[in-house]
Design a protein around this ligand. Structure first.
Ligand code: FES
Length: 59
């Protein structure tokens, strides 16, 4: 499931977003945008990124 593409524009998978949170110190959507470039084109995936950030930070 973690290999789902979350950001179609930039071809960023859920795995890459989780990795940015766990291993690269990303704590919010802006950090994910900076580290993976997910969410930096059309922006339609930002809600999904936010959901993943919230979910991972609750672990
Ligand atoms: S789907 Fe992520 S910026 Fe367009």
């Amino acid at each position: 499931m973690e290999d789902n593409i979350i950001c179609n524009c930039m071809q960023v998978s859920e795995h890459e977003i989780v990795d940015a949170i766990k291993n690269k110190g990303a704590v919010n959507v802006q950090d994910i945008m900076d580290t993976t470039s997910a969410g930096t084109a059309c922006g339609s995936c930002i809600d999904d990124i936010e959901t993943i950030v919230k979910r991972e930070r609750q672990k």
